[in-house]
Design a protein around this ligand. Sequence first.
Ligand code: ATP
Length: 444
Amino acid sequence: MDALVALCKRRGFIFPGSDIYGGLAGTWDYGPLGVMLKNNVKKLWWKRFVEDRDDMFGVDAAILMNPRAWEASGHVGGFADPMVECKKCNSRFRADQIGSQSKDDKSWKLPDACLNCKAKGAWAPVAQFNMMFKTHVGASQDSASVSYLRPETAQGMFVNFKNVLDTQHPKLPFGMAQIGKAFRNEIAPRDFLFRSREFEQMEIEYFVNPKAWEKTFEHFLEQMHGFIADVGLTKAKVSDFEVAKEDLAHYSKRTIDIEFEYPFGKKELYGLAYRTDFDLKQHSEFSKVDLSYYDEESKERFIPHCIEPSFGVDRTVLAALTDAYTEDSLGGEGEKRVYLRLSPNIAPYRVAVFPLLRNKPALVEKAREVYKNLKKVIPNVDFDDNGNIGKRYRRQDEIGTPYCVTVDFDTVEKGTGVTVRDRDTGKQERVKIEELVGYLRLGK
Ligand code: ATP
């Protein structure tokens, strides 16, 4: 992990948030290459789940919402983690991460000593800590102005259910999809992007007749694995974890966590939940707006039930980066090489174009032409004429570019095409310029 975090900083993928001020715990800033990678993940998701379907409606709701929405959803009352504080050094920990709770009398078993200052028997009682970031809307600071930064994107879709119904007139089943920021005041942010206080989610609320929930749940489980394959994660590192009935969230009748084998252990990547009619019912009650649906075929009026596939953008980026990070001996002369084996579907640059030598105008001109023409078809193409060719390969390997195209003397003098080097094998082949796009097989 340390090597990956260092690579991310060195190559401009991800920096600690507010870096020049010493950082801010639980925040990360994406640099130029990180933004490209993250945007590719989001584009891939939006294509599969929105553009390629005719039953999905995109929304982009406000991050600040009427606080009543968070009362209705249960977040004001219950979006909390158990927290324990050391009375000696005031360090705070998540009780469920450092200890365990008895199923019978709900008492907590904690380590003897504080994990920070090693003081024994210094734990304060375990308390519930609400993870929503509170803020004030408008100039006054009274309780009437309190609002929250959303801890999930989901509620922005439930509160727009009627707007979508009234403007798009969809028939059940249909879904709403949204990509956006979410904020949680995590007690112990950790493991790089895995648990941060500001992150991005890609969520779907898919509305069905309650009779169809099981079939829809299975459909989305399969779709989620399809997306994971598109991202290119190693299949053997991904598994489904069925959440036990007694551990289900208050709104859920069934939840599967899709887990990924991160370097720090097997942890949740995505979640799939059957939320029943809980949210629409709650929002109906709290807003006094009817959120029912009239089914013309069965002549029934009911509150639709909801299946929610929920994806973390940053956990996807982290899974892809940890999975892709590889060291081998291709560096030459016993030198190790570091490269990112990213899928072409998400790699920041899908291909890089070089002139063999930067001081030969004929090579540079031809390389620029090849670059411009490729860019018309493939948006993320890099042009690189810095340093020698070996250095350029090393740089492109480290940022995960699947192919490097080099314009050399044979290209301009004999018209025999360009060389294409494969990132993973280091092998080079000569390819005719007009066959380049077909050869590169750049996936989705
Ligand atoms: P965890 O149990 O790991 O805290 P969760 O079950 O609370 O996660 P959900 O509420 O289901 O997570 O959120 C949906 C998705 O949002 C998660 O599957 C994950 O990908 C992402 N996510 C949740 N919390 C964080 C966080 N603090 N940092 C980064 N991503 C997160």
